[in-house]
Design a protein around this ligand. Structure first.
Ligand SMILES: *Cc1c(COP(=O)(O)O)cnc(C)c1O
Length: 399
């Protein structure tokens, strides 16, 4: 997945432009910047490749999620439905707004189970946030139907899935809002950075203002700009945006490599009896950043992941035991441990996740292993890896 594996001349040239002008800020300084607007160019490239009317680049994927929700008016006491399998950033963004993260089960797609979503809806629900973990998506048609029925927003956390698609639409562009991360380990990187996309002009304008202290960005003199509402600083720097600009131009090249590597691994494992691949909803195309599969039971999955690592197959994750990505290890969320007092709404409304029945999530995640697909592997390296994986997994299944 990581774009940092393939830094080259393009990235260096874009950064050099910024250093030559000396303008590291994305706004203002027209006279000095030699026509370089890297953040704006990155936004234009995103709008084009994500087939979206608007794109707004910010300082991280977490910032993008926070700004996206703020732009649509999500605030204190609003409930946001998200999966038990995600990255902590998804619920951090919700909590930053004083809103309530409502975790619900996943299914064999490793993303939101639409039936569990339906059951979790309350009068306070405002957003459904599918998280396209490891490059693939939930059944977005079903989630959209639920949103339509209850008047909810669909916000795609596509931080790990740039370049995938659903029914012909780029992931992130299907919902009301979509978010990407360009942190150091994502498919394309800015070092640190993120973006939101939307077709809604009001959300876009709100996001644009909110992420820069509420500045309305009307007129040339920053000092004289108005502030229609309070905001924050979620700006990206031109240096980071410059790297992202070089990287997004290479997205198709990266996806092609990922798909080739994924296909070699998958073909080698396809005939193993008892092995099952992650379900990709009809009409969905992964971005091939991970190959995810299920063993017949949790004990074997855990043992196989260990055996893969010992055999030199690195980058295969057993998420069930992982404290960044699965609810079981999120004691800090459950104990509502923050540095100051959390808003009263959060204290009152946050469910006790230590007592919630997530047996369906446990069923799938405990059986799952997800293997990272790297860009820098040669074809021969992937073939060698595929052969090792097939041996280790076959032995593990029959043991
Ligand atoms: C990486 C990631 C984020 C957060 O992005 P940052 O740029 O690291 O803040 C959010 N959600 C998911 C699913 C991620 O993988």
């Amino acid at each position: 997945m990581p774009g940092f594996e393939l830094f080259g001349e393009q990235e260096k040239k874009e950064i050099q432009d910024v250093l030559d002008s000396g303008v590291l800020m994305r706004y203002g300084f027209e006279g000095m910047r030699n026509g370089h607007w890297k953040a704006k160019e990155l936004e234009a490239a995103l709008m084009h490749s994500m087939q979206s009317k608007y794109a707004h680049v910010v300082s991280s994927g977490t910032a993008a999620l926070t700004v996206a929700m703020a732009s649509a008016g999500v605030g204190a006491g609003d409930e946001v439905i998200l999966p038990t399998f995600t990255f902590v950033a998804s619920f951090e963004a919700v909590l930053a707004l004083g809103a309530i993260p409502i975790l619900v089960d996943i299914d064999d797609s490793l993303t939101l189970d639409p039936k569990a979503v339906e059951r979790a809806i309350s009068t306070k629900t405002k957003v459904i946030m599918p998280v396209h973990m490891c490059g693939s998506m939930a059944n977005l048609d079903q989630l959209q139907k639920i949103c339509d029925k209850h008047g909810l927003l669909l916000l795609e956390d596509a931080c790990q899935a740039i370049g995938g698609s659903y029914k012909g639409k780029p992931l992130g562009s299907y919902g009301d809002l979509g978010c990407f991360s360009f942190d150091y380990v994502k498919t394309i990187t800015c070092g640190e950075g993120g973006a939101l996309i939307t077709n809604n002009e009001r959300y876009y304008k709100n996001a644009n203002h909110y992420s820069d202290h509420g500045h309305d960005h009307i007129g040339k003199d920053r000092g004289a700009e108005g502030h229609p509402f309070l905001g924050y600083n979620f700006r990206i720097s031109e240096l980071n945006a410059a790297i992202g600009l070089a990287q997004i131009r290479r997205l198709d090249e990266f996806l092609k490599i990922q798909k080739r590597n994924y296909s070699i691994l998958r073909t080698a494992l396809e005939s193993i009896e008892g092995l099952r691949f992650r379900k990709v909803p009809e009409g969905g195309i992964e971005n091939y950043s991970f190959l995810s599969f299920f063993l017949p039971d949790g004990k074997r999955a855990k043992a196989v992941q260990k055996a893969l690592t010992e055999a030199g197959v690195d980058g295969c994750f057993y998420w069930y035991d992982n404290n960044w990505h699965y609810y079981r290890k999120w004691q800090h969320l459950n104990q509502m441990k923050s540095l100051g007092n959390l808003p009263q709404e959060v204290k009152n409304q946050l469910p006790d996740y230590s007592k919630t029945d997530f047996s369906k999530s446990d069923y799938w995640i405990s059986r799952n292993i997800s293997c990272l697909i790297k860009l820098s592997w040669t074809k021969a390296e992937v073939q060698e890896r595929a052969a090792k994986m097939a041996t280790v997994i076959s032995e593990g299944i029959t043991s």
